[in-house]
Design a protein. Structure first.
Length: 454
């Protein structure tokens, strides 16, 4: 078998990539100043900008976006007449959650059992390193055959839309012939996968108030309305008996006609405890890729430790609703808001506030760029053919880019395969996946340039 110089170059660059990923993971770049100081995101943005300048990018800029976050942009000009490819990643991360549950510090890249652990290692700081590795391999083997734009977002995990609104106000900035979103992942380790669909997302905060102040539960309990109990009733109304999402007026019966996700594999990937049932009906693929799903992602309530015998006067929760392609996120938001208001019991006062939203996305997998990617994945994963899957998560920028640049082809790849446990404790990245996908992306840029010349 003929050696692949691109693969050999990427392999030689992996120690450097590990050191750089460790530097980037060390920034506690959660785009929420209530969790970590804003300076952590600013320092991470500066690191990304410096990395682009080191690679010879021009017009490198740290962009102040309308939601208060910063995105980083750079341009690497290619040969005259070459197509332009936009490479996307985000440097902001989810909060570490319970740091005590991490087996190693969340912001310290740690190697264990052949994986690299740390918040953002896969989602999506590793995605930025994937782009750098691919470009470095090409520069070492004859040069980058396309013009490359890189955009690294600073508030993707918060869903506050800063980059979307900035792009809409500066539509010339991110124009490209094709766009590679490096923020999804293979169906499983070693199986090269492009993501064809993304669910949209709406994020609501609901507050319930019943009393002017907390009351003694012995003196007033049994008649005084408990706001926390009212909130629990509201949240429970969002699920049917089998756990299916139930929002009045919102369809939840679509089916997925692509790659099958066996239930046994899902149970293993999700680490479902023995004897605990999965929720919902239909296939697993139906439930996570083709139907809406609601999740209560936070509740303000007294902690168990230090709790007093009190009836709660007020309580609030944050509710996330994932919306599949084919359903309008704005309409889903209205239906969810109406549902929460309708199902609040006892005449309690209820206030619903929208704090984030992003539309669903469906890619055109018949486009020429997908043929170039299929060939590239055979190079990055010898003996494996490209698979097409859905993704239950959301990348709000995708629809903005599709609307701004309707002729651009959009592909979604990345490092967030199931073992990565993104958004959970002990997030990790497979260095083998980082290496293979970097090889894949480099070959894709070559294949895509050749297809445009032809």
């Amino acid at each position: 078998m003929t050696a692949d110089p691109i693969a050999e170059t990427v392999a030689s660059l992996m120690p450097r990539a590990r050191a750089e990923l460790a530097e980037l993971v060390a920034f506690r770049s959660v785009a929420d100043p209530a969790v970590f100081p804003k300076s952590e995101c600013e320092e991470a943005a500066a690191w990304v900008a410096d990395a682009l300048r080191t690679e010879g990018f021009q017009d490198v800029a740290v962009l102040d976006t309308p939601d208060g976050s910063q995105s980083v942009y750079g341009l690497l000009p290619g040969p005259e007449g070459a197509p332009t490819v936009l490479l996307y990643a985000h440097y902001d991360v989810q909060p570490p959650l319970d740091e005590a549950a991490w087996l190693s510090p969340p912001f310290e890249l740690t190697e264990r059992d052949g994986r690299w652990y740390g918040r953002g290692a896969a989602d999506c700081k590793g995605g930025f390193l994937m782009h750098l590795l691919a470009l470095r391999a090409l520069k070492a083997n004859g040069g980058v055959p396309v013009s490359v734009k890189v955009i690294a977002e600073g508030s993707e995990e918060q869903g506050t839309g800063g980059l979307e609104r900035y792009a809409e106000a500066h539509p010339e900035l991110l124009t490209a012939d094709t766009i590679v979103i490096g923020d999804t992942g293979n169906f499983r380790v070693g199986l090269p996968t492009v993501t064809a669909t993304l669910r949209g997302m709406t994020l609501l905060r609901v507050r319930v108030d019943t009393l002017e102040g907390n009351l003694h539960s012995g003196q007033f309990g049994g008649a005084a309305p408990d706001a926390l109990a009212a909130l629990i009733r509201v949240l429970d109304s969002l699920r049917a008996e089998d756990g299916s999402t139930r929002v009045d007026g919102l369809a939840a019966d679509a089916v997925w006609d692509g790659l099958d996700y066996p239930e046994a594999d899902f149970r293993t990937d999700a680490k479902v405890l023995d004897g605990v049932e999965l929720i919902g009906d239909g296939t697993v693929s139906d439930r996570i890729w083709a139907r809406p799903s609601v999740t209560v992602i936070g509740i303000d309530a007294p902690p168990v430790v230090g709790a007093t015998p009190s009836i709660q006067a007020g309580a609030r929760a944050t509710v996330s609703l994932r919306v599949p392609p084919g359903q309008d996120t704005g309409e889903a938001t209205k239906l969810l808001t109406a549902h929460l208001e309708k199902h609040t019991p006892w005449g309690a006062r209820v206030a619903v506030e929208q704090i984030g939203q992003g539309a669903a996305f469906r890619a055109d997998t018949s486009s020429p760029a997908y043929a170039a990617m299929a060939e590239a994945m055979r190079a990055g994963y010898p003996g494996q053919d490209m698979q097409t899957a859905g993704q239950g998560g959301s990348i709000p920028l995708c629809n903005t880019l599709a609307a701004l640049y309707p002729s651009a082809e959009i592909l979604l790849i990345g490092l967030s395969e199931p073992s990565a446990q993104i958004h959970a404790v002990n997030e990790s990245v497979s260095p083998e996946e980082l290496e293979r996908l970097s090889v894949t992306e480099a070959h894709f840029l070559v294949n895509y340039a050749e297809s445009k010349r032809g």
